[in-house]
Ligand binder design. Structure first.
Ligand code: KIV
Length: 336
């Protein structure tokens, strides 16, 4: 015990010398980051200090996975704006169900998007158009039940906000009331201005989405990079400024040239989160099934795969099938 205390005290002194400690005033805990480059190494130490000696009671590894400069207990729309001001990048991933959202949240992702990409990855539709408001609410409510820290943003699906502002507000209210989500996301700029205004007036935070807007796929005709031409780029900048002026708390830019996305991020004060929009923006979003490599048929240039789950799951499931067929599973210790 004495040795353990001495070790922790020594670690604390090293950490303090390196200026890498924070006092958590709420529970008298001390966060020691032993190594800045090792993003998973955050240890909490309950301690008391008597005459310059530190007596530690417990140390435990916390689920701190991000390189967050500030330890946000709960992410709000305001935290995201703080992050932009402090130059801290925002991490956002999609999730559509309880189990996945629990993993994403505990890994330290700042924003969980219940995207209408659920239409593709969860239901197997070719586009995002078929998913309904009821289905989005079903997905979002599972996600909300799982999270402790992340901000949950829910897509308003195609057909739930385009026809008129009153319907847009009704749809947004249903999302907030029935799923418990924290904000909604809508695709488009000036053409949906009145709907955005009405939703914001009801106190519902709105995230914008410009560039490639998959709900308009039949208008674009392809999923290729948007706003390469000057006229479309200028319109996009105008729309981004408008969304900021209306009061949106953040903006997603999808599949546009990196230089244009960076220009938008520098022009407006709200956080700009990119997907296929380069590194000059304030944060990044990916579809979780894509970044985990669950879908091996989708390989756009912007996608970084962190796992090859398709391969790993196929192998694991194949092993299970073989074990069942060979009567290896269950064995005597796996039964009652
Ligand atoms: O629905 C979705 O997943 C999205 C992201 C691609 C931004 O809108």
């Amino acid at each position: 015990m004495v040795l353990v205390l001495a070790l922790i005290e020594a670690s604390y002194r090293v950490a303090r010398k390196a200026g890498k400690w924070l006092l958590n005033s709420s529970n008298d805990s001390l966060l020691i980051s032993f190594d800045k480059s090792s993003i998973n190494s955050h240890y909490w130490v309950d301690f008391c200090c008597i005459k310059n000696r530190f007596y530690t009671f417990t140390t435990y590894k916390r689920n701190v996975m991000s390189t967050a400069k500030k330890d946000y207990k709960r992410i709000t729309t305001k935290s995201l704006i703080d992050m932009k001001v402090n130059g801290e990048k925002i991490s956002m991933l999609t999730a559509y169900d309880f189990t996945m959202a629990k993993i994403v949240d505990s890994a330290g992702v700042d924003v969980i998007l219940v995207g209408d990409s659920a239409s593709n990855v969860m239901a197997g539709h070719e586009t995002t158009l078929p998913i309904t408001l009821d289905q989005m609410i079903y997905h979002a409510s599972g996600v909300v039940r799982a999270i402790e820290r992340a901000l949950v943003v829910v897509d308003l699906p195609f057909g739930s906000y385009q026809s008129d502002p009153k319907e847009a507000l009704r749809s947004a209210i249903r999302i907030m009331k029935e799923s418990g989500g924290h904000a909604v996301k809508l695709e488009g700029g000036s053409e949906i201005k009145e709907s955005i205004k009405r939703i914001l007036n009801a106190g519902i935070p709105v995230m914008g989405h410009l560039g490639l807007t998959p709900q308009s796929i039949y208008k674009f005709g392809t999923y290729t990079v948007r706003a390469k031409e000057d006229a479309e780029a200028e319109q996009l900048i105008e729309d981004a400024k408008l969304l900021e002026k209306l009061g949106c708390f953040a903006l997603v830019l999808e599949k546009i040239p990196a230089a244009l996305a960076e220009k938008v991020a520098k022009t407006i004060s709200i956080p700009v989160i990119g997907i296929g929009a380069g590194g000059g923006v304030d944060g990044q979003v990916l579809v979780i099934h894509d970044m985990l490599g669950m879908n091996n048929e989708f390989s756009p240039r912007f996608l970084r795969r962190y796992l090859d789950l398709y391969e790993q799951m196929t192998k694991a499931i194949g092993n299970y099938v073989a074990d069942v067929k060979s009567k290896d599973f269950p064995n005597s210790s796996e039964q009652y």
